[in-house]
Design a binder for this molecule. Structure first.
Ligand SMILES: Nc1nc2c(ncn2[C@@H]2O[C@H](COP(=O)(O)OP(=O)(O)OP(=O)(O)O)[C@@H](O)[C@H]2O)c(=O)[nH]1
Ligand SMILES: Nc1nc2c(ncn2[C@@H]2O[C@H](COP(=O)(O)OP(=O)(O)OP(=O)(O)O)[C@@H](O)[C@H]2O)c(=O)[nH]1
Length: 521
């Protein structure tokens, strides 16, 4: 499951700065849900192909009437939901009393914690760190969030237990004798923007020529041979998400059939969803039910009902998301926040408008106008009206789920994708950039769910957003994709970062070795 990283610390230590750097800002979403006393920011990030969720908890300064009460409501919950805590302190202000209070809590929670000493720019890192060893929380990581310094080392260590790729890299690095230092900021940006796209090595000019000859001869096979077909070999994982009370449990029960009874008081923590297998018309599904766990616990009486993390993890783990909206409540900002998470994740989506029963024609028209106005920008998802309570419309839902899943996992050959790319450029030429025409050479599939199309060429990263959107829509129409977004990635024919991934400093290699032996234990 996608790991959760919480940023904790006093106000002003630089949590937001680090949050923005990790999530690249555009992914930052502020969720304001009932039961959460303060805004917390949740962001989706990835580093070296490992996705993770970042929570920015807002500051704890110890001047509140007891840090206990303050931490109890939100930071404690964030810490509890997190897999890793980055405890940020400020090199410029040194150790403060609130840092000790936070330390005390972290120790009680027994979470893997990394002490991050921020604002070390212009300071001697050893001196800057020395103050904080007395916290006794283990390794200390000096960084400058504002400039990105030190962040690579921090992320590699913090994410290592969750990332197969980082573990392999660490092993490779541990075996290599000497490392060289790297240009950290360039590399950090490249690693933070890398995604799970496949990194098929580039075609040579001759191979591109052969590909074009094949296309010209009309040899565009529909599908490539694969030994594994996700459309038949795996169950479709469906996350049912939505604000509290929109009818998620009712819908889950309805999908399962009335004779199935589900126990909602399942043991587990706040962030655990319930996974329920379902078989229908020869297809296998797993419903991921995120409905509130009504557990009485001292920490989270108020916040128990809705866990953003649970929802985010369910989205991440799903193939298709059913976003349930309550027709009687209209579209709220919370619905839009949830929608934003789904869009960031790239998952397939069906928007389900529930409680459609017993509404007047006038009210229905009004709701439809609202949907058009506020959700019009999500052009790929179907909007479907149901009554989970009475069952109307529910029968069609799985059909839309199948459609979205099948579209998002279809296998398309390089020849076909390249041909579509060529047709798109024939219909509408890419613009000139610095007097030169952008040259797109070929396209291939880079991943599924969502489908990723990787376009190789010259200056392709400089294409204006409007042209990128044009290409995306062109691919969507040509591939007849419904219910799933499509992502397009551009690869410059010469990748300046190629081959630099494993070059680490000698101290990093020593560290890697130590961590690896730790993991193997
Ligand atoms: N010199 C230096 N300043 C930094 C660095 N990172 C953050 N700052 C500055 O520290 C101040 C606080 O940064 P924020 O990211 O807003 O801190 P925060 O912890 O999110 O603060 P709250 O939102 O109040 O909890 C800002 O003025 C930043 O510009 C750094 O690496 N070096
Ligand atoms: N009229 C009407 N009421 C509905 C419908 N679906 C659910 N409800 C009612 O809405 C209320 C909330 O339903 P739940 O299924 O518990 O909602 P939930 O989204 O699982 O709620 P949480 O567990 O709080 O996240 C219940 O009283 C349901 O009976 C519907 O289609 N029509």
């Amino acid at each position: 499951m996608i790991p959760v990283v919480a940023l904790v610390g006093r106000p002003n230590v630089g949590k937001s700065t680090l949050f923005n750097r990790l999530t690249k800002t555009r992914d930052a979403l502020v969720a304001d849900f009932p039961g959460l006393t303060r805004d917390r920011k949740y962001g989706h990030a990835h580093y070296a192909e490992q996705s993770f969720i970042v929570i920015d908890t807002g500051g704890i300064d110890g001047t509140e009437t007891g840090v206990e009460t303050h931490m109890a409501d939100q930071s404690l919950l964030a810490i509890e939901e997190a897999d890793v805590v980055l405890f940020m302190v400020d090199a410029r202000s040194g150790l403060m009393p609130a840092d000790h209070l936070i330390t005390q809590h972290l120790r009680e929670r027994k979470k893997p914690t990394f002490v991050v000493v921020n604002k070390t720019d212009g300071l001697d890192p050893d001196v800057a760190m020395s103050d904080f060893y007395s916290l006794g929380l283990g390794d200390i990581y000096p960084i400058a969030a504002a400039h990105g310094r030190g962040v690579i080392r921090l992320l590699e260590d913090a994410l290592l237990p969750f990332s197969e790729k980082l573990q392999i890299d660490a092993e490779v690095a541990a075996r290599s004798e000497d490392g060289e230092s790297i240009d950290e900021n360039d590399t950090l940006d490249a690693l933070l923007t890398s995604s799970d796209a496949d990194t098929t090595s580039e075609l040579t000019e001759e191979e591109i020529e052969a590909l074009n000859a094949k296309i010209a001869a009309g040899e565009i096979e529909e599908e490539e041979e694969t030994t594994f077909n996700p459309q038949t070999d795996l169950p479709i994982k469906i996350a049912i998400i939505g604000r509290p009370n929109v009818g998620k449990s009712t819908l889950t029960n309805r999908l399962l059939g009335e004779d199935r009874v589900i126990v909602f008081d399942m043991p587990g923590t706040t962030r655990d969803s319930i996974y329920i297998p379902l078989q229908k018309d020869d297809r296998d599904y797993v419903l991921i039910d995120t409905a509130g766990v009504r557990k009485r616990g001292k920490i989270h009486e108020a916040v128990e009902k809705f866990s953003v993390i649970k929802t985010l993890q369910a989205i991440e783990d799903a193939n298709v998301v059913l976003l349930v909206i309550d027709a009687r409540e209209g579209i709220s900002d919370q619905d839009l926040s949830l929608l934003g998470f789904v869009l960031n994740s790239g998952r397939s989506l069906v928007i389900v408008v529930n409680k459609w029963d017993g509404m007047t024609q006038e009210d229905r028209e009004h709701v439809k106008d609202m949907l058009e106005l506020r959700l019009g920008f999500v052009d790929f998802a179907r909007i479907h009206f149901i009554s989970a309570l009475h069952g109307s419309g529910v029968g069609k839902l799985l059909g839309f789920v199948n459609e979205a899943y099948d579209c998002s996992t279809q296998r398309v050959s390089t020849a076909k994708l390249t041909r579509i790319m060529q047709m798109a450029t024939e219909d509408h030429q890419p613009p000139l950039i610095r007097g030169r025409r952008v040259k797109m050479k070929y396209a291939h599939a880079g991943g599924y769910n969502p489908p990723i199309v990787v376009i190789h060429g010259n200056q392709v990263n400089s294409l204006p957003d409007s042209y990128k959107r044009y290409l995306m829509n062109y691919f969507r129409k040509s591939l007849k994709v419904m219910g799933s977004p499509i992502r397009i990635q551009f690869k410059e024919s010469e990748n300046p970062y190629a081959g630099r991934r494993n070059q680490l400093t000698a101290s990093q290699i020593r560290k890697r070795k130590r961590l690896m032996s730790h993991i193997k234990k």
